[in-house]
Structures are given as structure tokens and as C-alpha cells.
Design a protein around this ligand. Structure first.
Ligand SMILES: [Zn+2]
Length: 362
């Protein structure tokens, strides 16, 4: 099988979709990012102890994906579906990109059920999360820094994993991944992260889906793009994510514009607008990017959804509520009040995703 059958189409969890049908698109969300096993109470067993400061993660960490309990599926149907439906019917958000990577994703059938119940198309990611610095967050021991499968696999094995999830389906289902997620935090990659970027580049070459990244510190964008470029990736097919502060830093902007000259796309996320003034610099940066002729290389994501960061599986707590709708209810109106024009907004929310999400030959 090749991706030729998908050329020009967006690979969603319910099958290939015509990009003209996408509407407004959020490019970086998480329906289910759970690094821990489900609470036994979801299976009718005695519950795990509640998370505490001393023991924030009382449940074992996940090392592989498995089917979801009916109780958790019901929670997502009850909580997430109304929000997705509202975003679709009131704001024309007909699709979003779910960039959770294994082993924290939901089982594939969950995405199709949520998509069918809400009418929102979901583009699911394959790929690999970054290596967390030893001692930070939950990475108390080396085996928790990154998914063990990544540590022990070769570049070829990692690339094959992604290609299989895109071309054949995820976990033996006919649900296909439609993008490749990669990530680093520090300006210099670790050897394991380097392996994931080489693998992602090779998977791109064999499939033509876009690459989307987790990029935290200034400089990580350059190391990510440098290695993807060395591996022969067309940088127009790459979206560098979490770059609100990269763009808002006037002295750093030049570096981003020079990567845009080479085709790369950039995506601010985590748009918490409770202090609107904090976003003035980003809106100024967006105007500059448009003035430089690169408005076609900007995307937005919220990085919202459901996760276990607090120890409990619940709505993301580091963002104001609610998932998906916060973008339309609060962020875009604030951005407009700061000077983002209707034309700029449409380019970022509608036109750019429509161009980037479809499969393109490599
Ligand atoms: Zn994220």
C-alpha cells in the first residue's frame, strides 16, 4: 500500500477527507494524554490512592497502549463531545489535530467514536515525545524519561512504526494516523531525540503526511529544522510548535523569519489570554510575519484537552476552560481586540491548515 490513494486528502480517524471541508482547525490538541494506567475503579475495582504532593502519580506509568475502559470512554463522550459539537456548530471547527503520541494516546476506536458523536474530524498523530530531563516532572528514573520502546529501537524500527500507523492502521485497526509528532526541549537534542527526528523524517519520506513538533526553548527550533533539513525533509511540511514566546521575542524573530524563508511553519500554542496585554508582542510579531510575506506559515493550537498532569485524568488544568471552545470564546476575540485582522485570522485558522494537513507527495 502507498499513500498515493491519499494524495491531496487529509487522513482522519474516520478515513480520507477533502481539505475544503475542514473549516477552522486547531492544530495541537489532546483528547487523551495519559501517562499512567487507568484507575482500577474504572473497572469496578477498589480505586487507587488519591494523588498527593509526596506521591502525585499513585498509578503505574504506561509503557504500552491498551483499549480504554467503558467508564473513561463515557467520561469523554459526556465532557468532550458537547464542547466539540459547540465548536463545530457555532464556530465551524470541523476538524482538529490530535498530537498526543504513544503510549499516552487513547485506543484508536475512541477517536472514531468521539469524531462520529461530535461531527468533528480528528487527525491523529503517530510519533514520539521528547526525552524529559532526569529528575524533572515525573522522570525520577531514566526509564521514565522517554517511552522505553524509543530507547531500545533503531532509527529504522522507529520509522517503520510510524509508517505502519499511517499506511496500515494503528494497533491492527483500520484507524490511520495522519501526521507525525516529534519533540525536543533543549536547544541541543539528546542522542535518543536525534533518533526520533531521523525516524520521523524517514516516515515523512514514505508517507507525505506533515510533521508537527513540540519545541520548547529558544534554539530547539533551529536544531529540529537543521536535522530535518539534513534528512531531506521539505521544510514546508514541518510545523514547529509551542513557539509563542519565540515569536514574541523581537531579537529572536529574525531567526524564525529566516527559517520561514526556507518554508518552515510556526505554531504558537497555550494561548492563555487572561492577561491580554501579554499577547501584544505576539500580535505585533504576527503582523511582521504577514508583512514579510510569510503569513501562510502560521498556525494556532491550544494544547488543551484531557491529561494526567495533576495526577488525575481530567481537563488540562494549565489552561483556562474549556478545551477547544476557549479558543473561540476568549482567545480569538482578545487577539482581534489587540489588532489581529479578520483576514489574518482566516489565513491562520482556515487557509493554512487546509494546505498543510493533506498528504503531499515527497
Ligand atoms: Zn501538546
Amino acid at each position: 500500500m502507498t499513500t498515493r490513494q491519499y494524495e491531496g486528502k487529509v487522513i482522519t480517524v474516520c478515513g480520507p477527507v477533502d481539505p475544503a471541508k475542514l473549516g477552522q482547525v486547531l492544530m495541537h490538541e489532546h483528547l487523551h494524554s495519559d501517562m499512567c494506567e487507568e484507575d482500577p475503579s474504572n473497572y469496578g475495582l477498589p480505586p487507587a490512592p488519591k494523588p498527593t504532593k509526596e506521591n502525585p502519580y499513585p498509578l503505574p506509568f504506561r509503557t504500552e497502549e491498551k483499549p480504554m475502559s467503558p467508564a473513561r470512554l463515557q467520561y469523554l463522550l459526556d465532557d468532550a463531545v458537547p464542547l466539540l459539537k459547540q465548536a463545530r456548530t457555532e464556530h465551524g471547527m470541523n476538524a482538529y489535530c490530535d498530537v498526543t503520541m504513544p503510549p499516552w494516546r487513547a485506543w484508536p476506536d475512541v477517536y472514531t467514536k468521539i469524531s462520529k458523536a461530535s461531527g468533528v474530524q480528528i487527525v491523529m498523530a503517530t510519533g514520539f515525545y521528547r526525552e524529559i530531563e532526569l529528575g524533572r516532572y515525573w522522570a525520577k528514573t531514566p526509564d521514565l524519561q522517554i517511552w522505553p520502546f524509543v530507547r531500545k529501537s533503531s532509527v529504522e524500527e522507529l520509522a517503520d512504526f510510524c509508517v505502519r500507523e499511517i499506511l496500515e492502521g494503528v494497533h491492527g485497526t483500520n484507524v490511520h494516523a495522519g501526521c507525525i509528532k516529534l519533540g525536543t526541549s533543549q536547544p541541543a537534542m539528546t542522542p535518543t531525540e536525534r533518533k526520533t527526528f531521523q525516524a520521523g523524517a524517514r516516515a515523512w519520506k514514505q508517507t507525505g503526511v506533515h510533521i508537527t513538533t513540540h519545541c520548547t526553548l529558544l534554539g530547539a527550533d533551529t536544531s529540529q529544522l537543521t536535522i530535518l533539513d539534513m534528512e531531506g525533509v521539505d521544510l514546508r511540511r514541518v510545523v514547529i510548535g509551542h513557539v509563542g514566546w519565540h515569536l514574541s521575542d523581537p531579537s529572536y524573530r529574525k531567526s524564525i523569519l529566516s527559517w520561514m524563508d526556507r518554508g518552515a511553519n510556526f505554531m504558537p500554542t497555550n494561548l492563555d489570554v487572561r492577561k491580554p496585554e501579554n499577547w501584544r508582542l505576539l500580535i505585533e510579531a504576527i503582523h511582521q510575519v504577514f508583512d514579510a510575506g510569510h503569513g501562510d506559515k502560521l498556525l494556532f493550537g491550544m494544547d488543551h484537552g484531557y491529561c494526567t498532569e495533576t495526577g488525575l485524568f481530567e481537563r488540562v488544568q494549565f489552561m483556562p476552560q474549556p478545551p477547544w471552545m476557549y479558543m473561540f470564546k476568549d482567545v480569538l476575540p482578545v487577539f482581534r481586540s489587540l489588532g489581529l485582522t479578520a483576514a489574518e485570522e482566516k489565513t491562520i485558522m482556515v487557509d493554512n491548515p487546509r494546505r498543510i494537513l493533506p498528504v503531499q507527495s515527497t
